[in-house]
Design a protein around this ligand. Structure first.
Ligand SMILES: *Cc1c(COP(=O)(O)O)cnc(C)c1O
Length: 427
C-alpha cells in the first residue's frame, strides 16, 4: 500500500513539505504528532488560532452545541448562534469603538470576505478599478489574486483586471497629505478608483508595518476622492497587533473591513465583511454562498469575543509580549550582524528578515528540528515570521524564543555553506 499522502495528496499541499510529520492533537500553544512528540507553536494556523488550540471554554460551548443537536449548517437563516455573534460583536467590539457597521456573513474564508468587499465597493461607486499594494496578500480567489502584490501573485490563467498596485509604506516617503504618492487616488488623469485595499501590517508580504501617519494620509486621500477604504484585517485583526482591529492605533475608520482567520476563535472557517451602515445597498441574495452560517463557528466566534474582548486584559498582555518579542529579537539579531538581520513587527506579529537567500528557510527548518513551528514570509521568503498565540504563557514564549535564537545561531557563517545552499536550490 502506498503512503496515502504521497499517493493522493496533491503536490499543491505545502506546509506538510516543511513539517513532514503527521499531527494528531493540539492544546494551547503545543501540537503533538502521532508519536506524541510536541512542537511549540509560533505559527498558529497562519494566524487562525490567536487564542491557541482547543481553548477549553470554547470547546465546552462547541460540545454543548453539538450535544443538543444545535444547527450546524444554517446558510443565512436566523439561528441562535448568529444572533449571539451579532449582539456580542455589537456590544463588545463595535459600540465601544463607535463603529456603526453592518455585518455581511460573506463566506467561510478570508478570500470570500475580500471578494464581497470588492463587489460591494464596485457596485456602490460604479467604478471598476481597485488599488492594492506591492507585497499585499488577500487570498486565492480571482479578485483577491488580482490584488496580490507581485511575489504572492500566482498565475491564475487570466490577467489581473481593473487593479493597480502602488508601493506600501516604506518608512521613508514624506508624510504630508497630498504628496503625489496618492496620485492614483487623486485622479492622475483618470477616474478615481472604487476602493483601496490595505493591510495595516502586511503578513504574507513579510511583516511590513505601515506607520499610523501613512495610514491616516491614505485614509484622507480616499476621503478626498470618494474612494472606499477597505482594510483587510483577516490576519492582523482579532487582536494580532494588540487592539481588536489593527487600524485602531492609527485612528482611521475604514469604510469596509474584512475579518476571518482567528474570528471563530477555534480554527473553524468563518469570514465577515463589515461596512458602514450607509453602504448596505445589497439586495437580498445579491451575494450568497453555502457556508455563511456554520453554527459551531458562529458560536465559538461569539464566545471568543465575550471571553477575550469584553475588557482590555488581552490587549494589555499583547503590549507586554510585544516588548518581550522586540527585545529578544533585537538580541538575536545583535549576535549575528553577518546576516544583515532586520527586526520589525507590532503586537504579537514579528519578522526577522535575513538578506542571504535560504537563511530564513534554514532557520525555520532548524527550529522545527528543535521543536518549534515558525513559517517564513516575504517576497523571497526571506523573513522568519513569528505569530505566537496571544494567550501563550510567558515561559512558553521565552522557550520558543530560545529555540529560535539557537536556530539562528546554527546558521552557517561561512561562504562555503552559502554556495552549497544555492546549489541545493538550483538542483
Ligand atoms: C490569509 C489571508 C487572506 C485569505 O484568507 P483565506 O481564508 O486563506 O482565504 C486574506 N487576507 C489576508 C491579509 C490574509 O492574511
Amino acid at each position: 500500500m502506498p503512503n496515502a499522502f504521497d499517493h493522493l495528496d496533491s503536490n499543491v499541499s505545502n506546509y506538510c513539505r516543511q513539517w513532514p510529520v503527521v499531527f494528531d492533537r493540539a492544546v494551547g500553544s503545543h501540537l503533538y504528532d502521532e508519536s506524541g512528540r510536541a512542537w511549540l507553536d509560533f505559527f498558529t494556523g497562519a494566524g487562525a488560532l490567536n487564542y491557541g488550540h482547543n481553548h477549553p471554554d470554547l470547546k465546552k460551548a462547541l460540545l454543548a452545541h453539538l450535544e443538543r443537536d444545535g444547527l450546524v449548517q444554517g446558510l443565512d437563516m436566523w439561528t441562535g448562534p448568529r444572533r449571539l455573534l451579532l449582539s456580542t460583536l455589537d456590544e463588545v467590539v463595535l459600540r465601544p469603538r463607535g463603529l456603526d457597521y453592518k455585518v455581511q456573513f460573506s463566506g467561510p474564508a478570508g478570500t470570500t470576505a475580500v471578494e464581497a468587499a470588492l463587489k460591494l465597493a464596485r457596485k456602490i461607486t460604479g467604478r471598476r478599478r481597485v488599488v492594492g499594494f506591492v507585497n499585499g496578500f488577500h487570498g486565492m480567489t480571482l479578485g483577491a489574486q488580482s490584488l496580490a502584490g507581485s511575489a504572492r501573485r500566482h498565475d491564475t490563467g487570466v490577467p489581473p483586471r481593473d487593479t493597480v498596485l502602488i508601493p506600501f509604506d516604506d518608512g521613508t516617503t514624506p508624510s504630508a497629505p497630498g504628496a503625489d504618492r496618492w496620485a492614483v487616488l487623486d485622479g492622475d488623469g483618470t477616474d478615481p478608483p472604487a476602493a483601496v485595499v490595505v493591510e495595516t501590517v502586511q503578513g504574507e508580504g513579510g511583516v511590513n508595518v505601515a506607520r499610523a501617519e501613512w495610514l491616516r494620509s491614505l485614509s484622507a486621500a480616499c476621503r478626498r476622492n470618494g474612494v472606499l477604504l477597505i482594510v483587510d484585517d483577516v490576519q492582523m485583526g482579532c487582536g494580532r497587533t494588540g487592539p481588536f482591529f489593527s487600524f485602531e492605533a492609527a485612528g482611521v475608520r475604514p469604510d469596509i473591513v474584512c475579518l476571518s482567520k482567528s474570528l471563530s476563535g477555534y480554527g473553524l472557517p468563518l469570514g465577515l465583511t463589515l461596512f458602514r451602515r450607509e453602504l448596505d445597498r445589497w439586495r437580498p441574495g445579491e451575494h450568497s454562498g453555502t457556508f455563511r452560517g456554520v453554527g459551531p463557528a458562529l458560536l465559538t466566534a461569539a464566545r471568543a469575543l465575550e471571553l477575550f474582548w469584553a475588557d482590555d486584559a488581552l490587549a494589555d498582555r499583547t503590549a507586554v509580549n510585544a516588548a518581550v518579542l522586540a527585545r529578544s529579537l533585537a538580541d538575536i539579531a545583535g549576535r549575528r550582524p553577518d546576516l544583515d538581520p532586520v527586526v520589525r513587527g507590532r503586537g504579537m506579529v514579528w519578522g526577522l528578515a535575513l538578506r542571504r537567500p535560504g537563511d530564513a528557510a534554514a532557520v525555520a527548518r532548524e527550529a522545527f528540528r528543535r521543536g518549534l513551528l515558525v513559517e517564513t514570509a516575504g517576497p523571497r521568503d526571506e523573513v522568519v515570521k513569528l505569530m505566537p498565540a496571544l494567550t501563550i504563557p510567558a515561559d512558553e514564549l521565552a522557550r520558543g524564543l530560545r529555540i529560535l535564537a539557537d536556530a539562528v545561531d546554527a546558521l552557517p557563517g561561512a561562504p562555503v555553506a552559502r554556495r552549497q545552499e544555492q546549489e541545493g536550490m538550483l538542483a
